[in-house]
Design a protein around this ligand. Sequence first.
Ligand SMILES: [Zn+2]
Length: 234
Amino acid sequence: MTIIKTEVVPKNSGAAFEVRQGQRLRIAGRSIVDFVAFNLRDLTERFDQARTKTNQVKIFISTGDILYSKRNNPMLTIVEDSFKEGRHDLQKGMCSRKRFEMVAQGTAKRVFAEGVDPSVRAPALAEGSYSGFRPVGLHINPKAPEEIPDHGCWENLSRAVKPWNISPDDIPSPFNIFQCMRIDPDTGIMYDTTIRPKDEAHVDFRAEMDLLVAVSACPESGRGQAIRVEVFDS
Ligand SMILES: [Zn+2]
């Protein structure tokens, strides 16, 4: 394999890349990457979380699994996955200024499996009482207005795909790489965790069509780090 592109994407920023069918794409890092894909020949064809889950009857994907478009065409196949501490996410959407505000106002929730949100200084607002994972506390991430980030993954991805005239509303819900969730099998509650790669991990994909892919190095409430994207010719 010959490396033809490598780019470091700084924390809480985005980038987009054109990848040709058969090329290998590597996403490397130690914090969450929100990843989306579009058919480069018809940008209205996009990655779809639901098709990806339904076609493979599971909510976690790794080596050997496929990312499907809404038209049920294979877009990418995961050919290597070195994240062994946890699993990637196909449930959540993206963080954004609006979402940060809603969580701060209490109109949207966020809960941590460990009962500890390192970004929260205020005490937990309620004790968790769900069966299953028994979280220590149910945190709702209160934050002062000045502490709310002015942008997140939605804004990062929006900026990244703007040169291709893709509207922010047309960005699909992402494949959230290195975002390890705990999902209660009875209640369906989605618990955030702080499980991340201990050392740099990577996910390698084979492009199954010519693609535009975009990534956001998630701010993760201040814990996000820069990530690296590489493209290889096979
Ligand atoms: Zn994010």
